[in-house]
Each structure stands twice: as C-alpha cells, then as structure tokens.
Design a protein around this ligand. Structure first.
Ligand code: B1M
Length: 210
C-alpha cells in the first residue's frame, strides 16, 4: 500500500494520530499537498459518505473521520496556500438564530472544505444580517442548518433578508438539519436541501456548477 493509500485508509478508520503522522511523512517525502488532499483525504471522505449512505457507517464514524481529516487539513493548509490551489467557491455556513446545535453544521463545513470549498463558518445562533454580510463578502453559497422546529422559521428570515438586501441573485441558498426537507426548502424559496453532509457537498457542487 502506498503512503497516500495509507492516509486514505487511516481517515476512513478515523485514526487521527496515524493520519497526522503519515501526512507529515508524505510531505517530507516530497509528495504534493494537492495529491495528499485529493487522493488521500477527499477520496477518503467520499468513501465515508458512501458508507454512510449504504448504512455501513454512522454519524460517530463520520465525525471521527471528519476530525481526522480536519487535523490533516491543519497541516496541509499552509502548503495548499503556498501551492496556490484555488478554492472552488466561498460557502458561508451557519446554524440559524436561536439554535445552538453545532455538530451537524460542523460536519457539513468540514466535508465541504475537504471537497475544495472555502468555508466562512459563521458559527451557531447566527442572525440573518450576518449571512447578508457574508454574501457581501463573496459567499456564493449560504448553507443554513437548523435542528429545532422552533428555529426552522429563521431560515426563511435569512432568505428574506438576503432578498431585501438585493443580493438574492448573487448567492445560492441550501438548507439542512433534521426538521427540514425539500418541501420546506421550496416553501421558503431556498435553492436546495440536503439530508446529510455528503449530499450537501453534492448539492453545493451542483448549485455552483462545479
Ligand atoms: Co438538542 N434537540 N436541544 N441539544 N439535540 C434535538 C435536536 C432533539 C431532536 C432531541 C429530542 O428531543 N429528541 C430536540 C429537537 C426537537 C424539535 O425541535 N423537534 C432537541 C431539543 C428540544 C433541544 C433543547 C430545546 C433542549 C432543552 O434545552 N430543553 C435545546 C435547545 C438549545 C438551542 O439550540 N437553543 C437543546 C440543546 C442541545 C445541546 C446543547 C445539549 C446539544 C447540542 C450540542 C452541540 O451541538 N454542540 C444537543 C444535542 C446533542 C441534540 C441531539 C441529541 C443530537 C444532535 C446532533 O448533534 N446530532 C438531538 C437529537 C437527535 O438529533 N437525534 C437534539 C448529530 C449530527 C451529526 O446530526 O445535527 O442532525 P445533525 O446533522 C446532520 C443532518 O441533520 C444534516 O447533516 C448532518 C450530518 O449528516 N445537516 C445538514 C445538518 N445541518 C445541515 C445543513 C445542510 C445540510 C445537511 O446544508 C446547509
């Protein structure tokens, strides 16, 4: 097995210390950060996403793999910037106002980052005006998360605020989280819905034509 295949396998297994060690070894051996990212990390996360969709891996496995990938990204990030790898597009990710649930949103952000998007993570309990500001700063996609039936109406407020700011034509809006669905996305005028982190990546790619 090559070093890159070992990195891929260790991410799938969620073995963060092994991933970190092997990424350092690969860089020292002169492997390009882009190859490590695409053939090691992103390929691994795609596989984890498939395993999740097949019902073989579950949320804990996805989270552990995502954390391993995040640790590797911390090492790779300066090398990627140095090599001038251009992100596909800026995506503003946040959990809507009143909602403190963080884990699903983080997972979506990590999967998107691992797939080549630049992430503006606005955090949790994010008011509509912060999303508007992110669009002004160049976010081509706004990704909204809500876990509570009481906070899902705040997604509509974000869509309205972006519309009222005259920025609706400059960004695409995707929503996700346990209480929402495609019908709700259609109802509030969002551009898409994704039920989980791996399908969020597919949907965002589709929305920006990547
Ligand atoms: Co809360 N909570 N919680 N909670 N909590 C739920 C959501 C609940 C379903 C539990 C229950 O009653 N069975 C329930 C909501 C009921 C409802 O509204 N229908 C609930 C409640 C009621 C509450 C409080 C009101 C409890 C209280 O205080 N009385 C309170 C509200 C606080 C607030 O937000 N204002 C509260 C608080 C909390 C904690 C702080 C303790 C903690 C959050 C800690 C944290 O995030 N750092 C918490 C937790 C952990 C949960 C449960 C147990 C787990 C959520 C989670 O992290 N799941 C949850 C029950 C459950 O979901 N089974 C529950 C794992 C995560 C990976 O999944 O977030 O669904 P999830 O994300 C998925 C998909 O939804 C999707 O992809 C992710 C990965 O596949 N997805 C997107 C999410 N966002 C997306 C965005 C996208 C696309 C896909 O595109 C943009």
């Amino acid at each position: 097995m090559s070093l890159i295949e070992e990195i891929r396998e260790a991410v799938i297994q969620g073995q963060a210390p092994v991933v970190v060690e092997k990424v350092k070894q690969a860089l020292e051996a002169g492997e390009s950060a882009e190859v490590i990212l695409n053939q090691g990390l992103i390929s691994a996360m795609q596989r984890v996403g498939e395993l999740f969709e097949e019902g073989i891996a579950f949320v804990p496995e996805m989270l552990i793999a995502a954390r391993a990938m995040d640790k590797a990204l911390q090492i790779l990030r300066p090398h990627l910037i140095e090599q001038g790898v251009q992100p596909i597009a800026k995506v503003a990710v946040g959990t809507v106002k009143g909602d403190l649930h963080d884990i699903g949103k983080k997972l979506v952000a990590m999967m998107l980052e691992g797939s080549g998007f630049e992430i503006m993570d606005l955090g949790i309990d994010v008011p509509p005006e912060k999303f508007v500001e992110a669009v002004r700063q160049g976010a081509k996609v706004v990704a909204l998360s809500a876990l509570l039936t009481t906070t899902m109406p705040n997604m509509k407020h974000v869509v309205e605020a972006i519309q009222q700011a005259g920025l609706r034509g400059q960004t695409r809006i995707i929503i996700g989280g346990a209480p929402v669905n495609q019908a709700y996305a259609d109802q509030i005028g969002a551009d898409g819905y994704a039920p989980d982190a791996s399908s969020a990546v597919r949907k965002v790619r589709e929305l920006v034509g990547a």
